[in-house]
Write a protein that binds this ligand. Structure first.
Ligand code: SF4
Ligand code: SF4
Length: 431
């Protein structure tokens, strides 16, 4: 697909500005009524979903050019999908998210490149990860673990750790213990360890479609040769890449793809795992954009009049994964879940997505701080999430501000309640 394929969508924008807000019947207060980090931060219509579509149409019809300034606005966006979900409440014939993705690859095709993204892409080509870490250190997290190697043995389940979990020293123990949990539950699991690569999802979001395709091809050939039936990942970013970007690239993985939380629920249902240890904590849950709105599978392109598109072919972010984490939290003894105002498909972003963390870290941090403020307003002891990028953003925000709230990975709660992980006392102000 190209930007041109979405001309009707861009022409259809009625300039109603609904894409800037949580749909009005879902608003709980004026304070948390905004949904788009970009327009909330920069306060010009151009930064909103609608503004970006107007710029796209203007370029497409030769009324304006792709300048550096326009490119900077296009990339001032977390690709969080909140605008698409809000727009579709009123105009479900417009695929705003697809336009935002096409605008990015249009920039790359036209040679308008962000220097910050070029540096990350260079590191990706060199080291096979988005963090610029050494390729040789990717497998360090799994050293000494008694687990199958995907390159040497077949297995029922492939565990894909992802770049952030593999390299972030604060997260490595979580995936080591996850492998322990899976093997103790009798799961036939294998990892790629040192030979695992980036899923390519962030390259896709940066607009570098060719690079993303190479990583998808690599993943596809590994999965095919592994003989596995299921791929499990603890990373929401990778999960979204597998179920949304890969099919968009026509590189669908020939296996069931599950977020770790979904697989945990399956183990509980099969009686292979019990969450018995009490965790006395009042928590609130942050829906990662890439497990929620962007955790809804790609449905293919609708070629005819979108007004006649059946509901089953409309992708609006409402069918993402929202209930699973809440069910897990509610099943752990002692945990008390209190909700923020913007939740599920109306959730506010953590700030890291869409290459914003790499290109505009201040904007990313501002977005995270806004979410921490909302979490504090619930009176919760801790904020729980299910994405390593959200965790990074919130940990740094709490460390910076000294906000009186802890931060938890949903996986750590599972590990602790299953008796795999030592109980961690929540220290207010982060830990
Ligand atoms: S909600 Fe949709 S139709 Fe309305 S301004 Fe935003 S993009 Fe345009
Ligand atoms: S994807 Fe998110 S940040 Fe980007 S324009 Fe839409 S709501 Fe704003």
């Amino acid at each position: 697909m190209s930007l041109q394929d979405y001309q009707r969508d861009m022409e259809g924008c009625s300039r109603c500005s609904s894409c800037k807000w949580v749909p009005f019947n879902q608003v709980k207060s004026w304070r948390y009524a905004h949904n788009c980090p970009a327009v909330s931060r920069y306060n010009f219509h151009a930064y909103s979903g609608s503004g970006k579509m107007i710029m796209g149409l203007s370029m497409l019809t030769g009324r304006s050019e792709l300048t550096e300034e326009v490119m900077n606005i296009i990339f001032s966006c977390q690709l969080c999908g909140a605008c698409d979900t809000a727009c579709k409440v009123y105009r479900d014939d417009i695929d705003l998210m697809e336009v935002l993705l096409e605008l990015r690859s249009h920039c790359i095709e036209e040679g308008e490149l962000l220097v910050e993204h070029m540096a990350v892409m260079d590191a990706l080509k060199r080291e096979g990860n988005m963090l610029g870490e050494e390729k040789d250190l990717r497998g360090v997290w799994a050293e000494g673990l008694n687990v199958k190697d995907i390159n040497e043995e077949t297995a029922e389940v492939i565990f894909h750790a992802g770049c952030r979990y593999s390299y972030d020293p604060e997260l490595r123990e979580t995936i080591r213990e996850t492998i322990k949990l899976l093997t103790e539950a009798g799961v036939d699991v294998a990892i790629a360890g040192a030979t695992e690569y980036c899923c390519g999802g962030r390259a896709y979001k940066f607009g570098y479609r060719g690079e993303a395709e190479n990583y998808a091809d690599d993943m596809l050939s590994r999965v095919k040769s592994s003989g596995a039936k299921t791929l499990v990942t603890p990373c929401s970013d990778c999960f979204s890449a597998f179920i949304y970007y890969y099919p968009r690239l026509q590189k669908e993985l020939p296996v069931e793809v599950l977020h770790l939380g979904q697989y945990v629920e399956r183990l509980i249902a099969e009686g292979k795992l019990q969450l018995k240890q009490e965790i006395p904590l009042r928590v609130t849950y942050h829906d990662p954009c890439y497990l929620g709105r962007m955790g809804e599978p790609y449905l293919g392109e609708w070629q005819d009049n979108k007004l006649l598109r059946p509901m089953s072919m409309k992708r609006a972010g409402r069918k993402g994964i929202y209930d699973m984490p809440r069910r897990i939290i509610n099943s752990i003894p002692g945990l008390d879940l209190v909700e923020m105002e913007r939740i599920k498909e109306y959730s506010w972003c953590c700030g890291a997505g869409g290459g914003v963390l790499e290109a505009d870290p201040d904007f990313a941090a501002w977005t995270a701080a806004e979410r921490i403020d909302e979490a504090l307003s619930t009176g919760a002891d801790a904020l729980v999430t299910a994405c390593p990028w959200c965790l990074k953003m919130f940990r740094e925000s709490i460390a910076e501000s000294g906000a009186q709230i802890g931060i938890y990975d949903l996986t750590d709660l599972v590990l602790e309640s299953a008796g795999i992980k030592e109980p961690v006392a929540v220290k207010r102000g982060g830990f």
